[in-house]
Design a protein around this ligand. Structure first.
Ligand code: SF4
Length: 553
């Protein structure tokens, strides 16, 4: 069943009636109800690639059609970046086009976080040659460039695709990168290796016109690690490793998670799925989203709203009866992870006796030269396999025991910490005002400075702790599920002036205690006050904690 822009997919049963007003295709409602639905209907986002290659890269930025510039180019991982020098205070009064720079952010999707050193070298070379050295690791295992010129995009694609990488559907209303456990297939404690499922989902879904016009973005995750290391609770669909008492290792299915406005923790369908059935079940769920997802209002279009209205029982019934045409097996929930850190930082034994070494850059910020050096270290000490994590970290795989010290020394010399402080280890920051048009405040530099300050002020602090910093009310750095979440906004300082600052959320978490942090009523801190504020909170926690208590508000 192929859904093109001209002929939207026909779901197996058409519905009519009260849901028509939400713009659901399954209600027979194919007339676009907003500008985004209109441009998607006018032309499939995937088709913009030909225009980039044949027209825009040759004629330059000014030749780009506005609906491609602010719409379809996302289907190939391209967003215009923020014009330098435009401060947060003016954002609210500027139209989006006034914030557009002539340069782009370009996102490289790394499904499952799986990279070879050959691929990593190419990512590093592209960064140095075309992206002024930028190459941030995102919290969805991607690499993100800035300063990209439209003229260079075809050559960048040629180089990335020559080593099996792509930017296809890295952004847009599409199936985004599929998160996977970065230690799939090697971890000693693994319940089930989901690698095949990640690859098969990617092969079936990504770049497939049947799934290139979804109501909004669609985030997927697959992990058979008992550490629950892909933030499954906040994905649209997630497959989480469990052992069924009769059938053995397989996956527990979660749907409808997501942050941003109206954040929701995903819900379990109560179904156990063996590895070989994961791609079918995934395809059924993404098809439900395409056919039944709400398309009228952008802020109600994520799958979480449909799941909230239907509930898990109805969702499972529709999946079984209309898409899979069979019943799923009931199954158990995942168990509570034994470790609180889920990032795989440190030196760990693999199931084959080799070791993997996870390390922490600062708030995901890295550069092309460093990536090339990491590739060289990984080749010198391992087998040439590298991973990105969903916590803005990286891992080198397959290191013999007698080579780990040498690798650790090489990484630390690059300021890539294998034994980082809890502050460096647990801090994530989104792109922020440096490049993001939606941002109100600075994030990466602020986070990096905060790490230094906290390491200096609290050298003995040794508790697992997450501090996540967003540059605006969106949730790209997952503030709602951090111990300390900082949401960028303008605040008043002591003299009543508007300055950069943060709304504070305390006590969020992922894992089986997953929940959202409490917005501390009226608690806003200026950027200048931030180190003092965080230090005060952490000192109070150290004084008042009881045995076994994790950090919480
Ligand atoms: Fe941009 Fe806001 Fe997302 Fe940060 S949270 S990257 S500022 S949209």
């Amino acid at each position: 069943m192929a859904a093109t822009s001209e002929t939207p997919a026909a779901p197996s049963r058409r519905k009519t009636g009260r849901h028509r007003g939400e713009g659901q295709w399954a209600a027979g409602h194919f007339t676009p109800l907003n500008g985004n639905e209109q441009f998607k209907k006018d032309d499939d986002g995937l088709n913009v690639r030909t225009r980039i290659e044949t027209v825009y890269s040759k004629a330059g930025f000014d030749a780009i059609d506005p609906s491609d510039l602010r719409g379809r180019m996302r289907w190939w991982g391209l967003y215009t970046q923020r014009k330098p020098g435009i401060d947060g205070g003016r954002t609210a009064v500027l139209a989006p086009e006034e914030l557009d720079d002539r340069y782009f952010m370009l996102r490289v999707r790394i499904d499952g976080g799986r990279l070879t050193t050959r691929q990593l070298r190419v990512i590093g070379e592209v960064s140095e040659e075309f992206a002024r050295g930028t190459a941030d690791i995102t919290d969805r295992q991607n690499i993100q460039y800035h300063w990209i010129r439209i003229e260079d995009v075809p050559e960048i694609w040629r180089r990335l695709e020559a080593v099996g990488l792509s930017t296809t559907e890295a952004c847009g209303d599409t199936p985004r990168v599929i998160l996977g456990s970065p230690v799939a297939g090697i971890a000693e404690d693994e319940i089930v290796d989901g690698t095949w499922a990640v690859e098969e989902i990617q092969r079936r879904i990504v770049g497939n016109p049947a799934f290139s016009n979804l109501p909004r973005k669609f985030k997927s995750a697959v992990s058979g690690s008992p550490l629950l290391d892909v933030a499954h609770e906040i994905n649209d669909v997630a497959f989480v490793g469990v052992r069924h008492p009769e059938h053995g290792p397989g996956f527990d299915v979660w749907v409808g998670g997501g942050l941003s406005t109206n954040p929701r923790i995903g819900v379990r369908l109560g179904a156990w799925v063996p590895l070989e059935d994961v791609p079918d079940v995934h395809e059924g769920i993404v098809s439900i989203f395409r056919d039944y997802g709400y398309r009228r209002l952008r802020n109600r279009a994520r799958l979480k709203f449909l799941v909230a209205d239907w509930g898990p029982e109805k969702f499972r019934t529709v999946l079984e009866q209309e898409y899979l045409l069979r019943r799923l097996t009931d199954g158990p929930p995942p168990e509570q992870p034994l470790a609180r850190w889920r990032d795989h930082v440190g030196v760990h034994r693999q199931k084959d006796g080799l070791h993997y070494v996870g390390f922490a850059p600062r708030v995901g910020r890295i550069d092309g030269t460093t990536l090339t050096k990491i590739a060289a270290l990984a080749e010198e000490h391992g087998s040439g396999r590298v991973r990105t994590t969903a916590e803005q970290k990286m891992i080198v795989l397959d290191v013999p025991a007698d080579r780990t010290d040498s690798l650790v020394a090489g990484l630390e010399a690059l300021d890539l910490r294998v034994s980082p402080s809890p502050f460096r280890r647990g801090m994530m920051a989104c792109t922020g005002i440096e490049f993001c048009k939606l941002a109100i405040v600075e994030t990466k530099a602020r986070g990096s400075a905060l790490i230094d300050e906290l390491e200096r002020r609290l050298p003995g602090f040794d508790e697992p702790l997450t501090i996540n910093i967003n540059g605006c009310p969106n949730a790209c750095a997952r503030i709602q599920v951090a111990d300390i979440g900082l949401k960028g906004q303008l605040v008043l300082d002591d003299e009543g002036r508007q300055v950069e600052g943060y709304q504070v959320h305390l006590g969020g978490a992922l894992g089986l205690e997953a929940g959202f942090g409490r917005k501390v009523r009226g608690l806003k801190v200026t950027s200048a006050e931030l180190p003092d504020y965080v230090e005060r909170v952490l000192r109070r926690y150290l004084e008042q904690r009881t045995d076994g208590e994790r950090f919480a508000a």
